[in-house]
Each structure stands twice: as C-alpha cells, then as structure tokens.
Design a protein around this ligand. Sequence first.
Ligand code: DAH
Length: 368
Amino acid sequence: MSVLDATPGGDLQALENELLEAIGAAGDLNALEKVRIAALGKKGRISLLMKSLGTMAPEERKAFGQTVNGLKQRVSDALSARKDHLDAAELAGRLATEQVDISLAVRPGPLREGRIHPVSQVMDEINEIFADLGFSVAEGPDIESDYNNFTALNIPLEHPARQEHDTFYFNEKADGSRRVLRTHMSPVQIRTMLQEKPPLRIIAPGRVYRGDSDQTHTPMFHQVEGLVIDTETHMGHLKWVLEEFCKAIFEVDIVKMRFRASHFPFTEPSMEVDIGYTMVGNEMRIGEGDDWLEILGCGMVHPNVLRNVNLDPEIYQGFAFGVGIDRIAMLKYGMPDLRAFFAADLRWLKHYGFLPLDVPTLAGGLSR
Ligand code: DAH
C-alpha cells in the first residue's frame, strides 16, 4: 500500500489494524522496537503520512491531520502498553529462573577452603599464652643494622657467634656500616629497651634468616624472643614463666624440663632448655619419658647489653629467651620435615593447616 493512497477512514483503518496486529504479535522488546521504527521512525509509515500533510489544501489538511494524529496516538499507546507487558514478562521470567534453592548444601567458600599455616597458628597460640602472662608484642624490621643484630647484643666483630649465624649480609654502605637479614629475634630487645622505659615485658615473634638448609634447617625460619626487665627480676621468674609457657603450649599439666648451662653472648648466666618426651609407636608424647629435646635458649640479660641501651645494671636486671617456633610446631603437630613448611604445597596445607575461624584462645583451647 502506498502511503499516499491513505485517505481518512479508508486505508488508514487498514494501516491501523495492521500496525496494532504487529504490535500485539511482537514477542520481545527487539521485535517491538522494529514495529515502532516502521510506524513512527523517521521514515515510518505514520511519519510519512504526517509529512504528506504539507502538500494538502488547508480544508483537507485539517480533517486528515486530525485522523492521522488520532492514529498516531493509538499506535503510540499500543506500543507503550505492549512494552510494559513485555518488560513485566521478562522480569517474571528472570525471577522464575534465578530462584535460590535454599535447600541446597552450602557451597565451599574461602572460610571453609582456606587454611591458616601451622606456623601462623602456633604464633597465635604463643601470643595468646604470653598475653595472659602480661606480655605485649613488640616488633622490628627483617632487615636490621649489624649493630642491633650483633654489636649491641654483646657480639663484637671478631666474636665467633657471628660465624655460627651464617649471616646474609647486605653490601657495605659508604660509611662502612652493613645491614643484615636479622639472624635472630634478639635485636628487638635492643629496639624495645631503647624506646621504652622499664618495667618491660615483651615478646617478639617473627622471621629470621640464616644460610642453612636441610631437613631441620631452612634459610628462613621463625623465632619468638622474650624479654623482661625490672628492678627485682631473677632466675626464679624466668624458670616459672618458661614452665607455664611449656605446659600451655603443649597442653599438658606436667612438663619435664631440664635447664642446661650454656653460653650466649647476650645473657649471663645462660641456659638451654630441654623438654622430656617419649615415643609411643609413631606418636611423640611430650612431657614424659627419658628422651630430651632442646626447644629454647635463655638467660639473665648481660650487663653489657643493658649498658648498650643506657640502662644501669646496678638498678635493672632481667631475663630473655629465644624459642624456635617452627620447632615447636613440628613437635606439637607431628610434622617431621621443616622444608615442607615453605614448599607452598596445598595438599600439605590442607592436611596440617587450621580453619580461619579456629582462633586459639586459652579458654576455648589452643589447638582444638
Ligand atoms: N638469639 C638466640 C638465637 O637465635 C636465641 C636466644 C638464646 C635468645 C638465649 C635469647 C637468649 O634471648 O637469652 O640463637
């Protein structure tokens, strides 16, 4: 049909029927948009009718114009009604297919899939135990000055302990000073005593580095350093704190402990502590039996160390200790090879790791 044939009441009625039918038949918003363009778009059939008005005589134009306007209005109304209908249908369809089935099992999420590394867990356990004894946590950097790591701790340049530590040194600076990857957590003692006034009661857990690698040694491992400084601190306090710590960490009521005389440059006297254990089959029973395992070094802080941080040894004394965290984790959770700790093997982590919400507390149980 040519648009120009359109006359009031004649072909216009046919056009309207045709358009309304097409609108009703449009099954989705795309199809509906096509109908709209065919009718009302720039070159749409109704738009062309409107344009043809300009060529008509005034009388004719008035009547025809009214009719076409009526047609345009009805077609527009039909288009928007159909659009509302299709929108609603689409929403209903989405709601029907996107339903959540609350009877399905919970999907494994990060909280169930992820694991806390045993070393992190044991660190949290240690923090929890010492918090209960009134210790706070102190920190220091992994990259230390040679002075804090050695000299201030009464380990001068020519001291053999420097060799024993297999130190990773950085290049010498212009002023001759050297930095190191800290070989133990003891430099945090120095930092703490320089920053805070006694009485002091801190632990410092962290990473330490030594060039050493076999089944029980890795180039990076973990220690916790402890330090207590006051005016009347003595070895009895040291012994009690360590006994409480060992009972709590191994979750036993009685721990067999042995304090062996030893030597560290930063303590005098110095001791190493062994705990008794026995093997029952493959299981290691801590705190009983006649075998001994070394777990920490300790002693009374050397007067030279106190002098190095401007504390008067005639007024202040204290004790310090250093515990290998990985060692404790191996013992406590029966993990025989230290290297596996750092292999990033997800199967190992799944087996030995802890759930993120299993936060150790003294009241709730440290390991559960
Ligand atoms: N710093 C020592 C080490 O890494 C461990 C240690 C021993 C720390 C005795 C101490 C201590 O505070 O008193 O080998």
